[in-house]
Write a protein that binds this ligand. Structure first.
Ligand code: ADP
Ligand code: MG
Length: 236
């Protein structure tokens, strides 16, 4: 059965897009048919990490009623289907987020696993993504402001009736000021399904427009993401 997973965090810059892109590729490496959609329609950057920037038809055209969703799906690394949102401000202004639910249904039917990269905050796109998804993965950094925003996302997810798969703690460098995994689990009351270290390879891969798990598969962050993918595949 196909499963849609929303990747959200509340706070900006926690690594949602990095995790979405690389988890999608990692799951494809395990033989799954995967799609990843950029629901951050205002600040789209999934396409940059996936090496697919500048595509003529994007999700924002579809949400504006100007294009068919089938024309906004592109094949990326490892055969992952990528639905970019596009960087044009003009197209973003015309996009109607209400149409997102319908779009998600169409893509859900095409793959085994759909990853939805949510924007920061709890705006319309995030709410639609979480309520349409089968499960939520919340991405946190080991600091209190991130945990507090994640609590809001978790509360909303419960209210919307969507399952919570767990939390991924990203950018861990084991400094003494960081919150530990056990403390994070206690505060969030959800399982931590992966810990991704702070790793300079993440930025290097992004600069090249190639997913980390392809460009630097042996890097600590790539290995951590592959482990999460293995767990998700094994769990189903
Ligand atoms: P979000 O989508 O939550 O806003 P991004 O995935 O765009 O976050 O990541 C924000 C920034 O942090 C990017 O510059 C990215 O390269 C960097 N980053 C994310 N995860 C890591 C990591 N594990 N190690 C180092 N840099 C990271
Ligand atoms: Mg992002």
């Amino acid at each position: 059965m196909a499963i849609a997973i929303a990747i959200a965090s509340g706070k900006g810059g926690t690594g949602k897009t990095t995790i979405s892109a690389n988890l999608a590729v990692a799951l494809a490496k395990f033989g799954k048919k995967v799609a990843v959609l950029d629901a951050d329609i205002a600040m789209a950057n999934l396409e940059l990490i996936m090496g697919l920037e500048g595509k003529p038809i994007t999700l924002n055209d579809v949400l504006a009623g100007k294009a068919d969703i089938k024309d906004a799906i592109y094949e990326g690394p490892e055969g992952v289907l990528v639905i970019p949102a596009g960087v044009s401000l003009e197209k973003f202004r015309r996009a109607k987020p209400e149409k997102l639910e319908e779009v998600l249904k169409v893509i859900h039917d095409l793959v085994e696993i759909l990853i939805i990269d949510c924007p920061a905050g709890i705006g319309k796109e995030t709410l639609i993504a979480i309520s349409s998804a089968d499960g939520l993965i919340v991405v946190v950094n080991p600091e209190i402001s991130s945990i507090s925003d994640a609590l809001k996302i978790i509360a909303i997810t419960k209210r919307l009736g969507t399952d919570i798969i767990g939390a991924i703690v990203n950018r861990v460098s084991n400094e003494s000021t960081e919150l530990g995994v056990k403390a994070i689990e206690t505060i969030l009351e959800v399982p931590v399904i992966g810990v991704v270290p702070e790793d300079p390879h993440v930025r290097k891969a992004a600069a090249f427009g190639t997913p980390l798990v392809i460009m630097y598969p042996d890097s600590p962050a790539a290995q951590a993401i592959m482990e999460i993918a293995a767990k998700l595949v094994g769990a189903k």
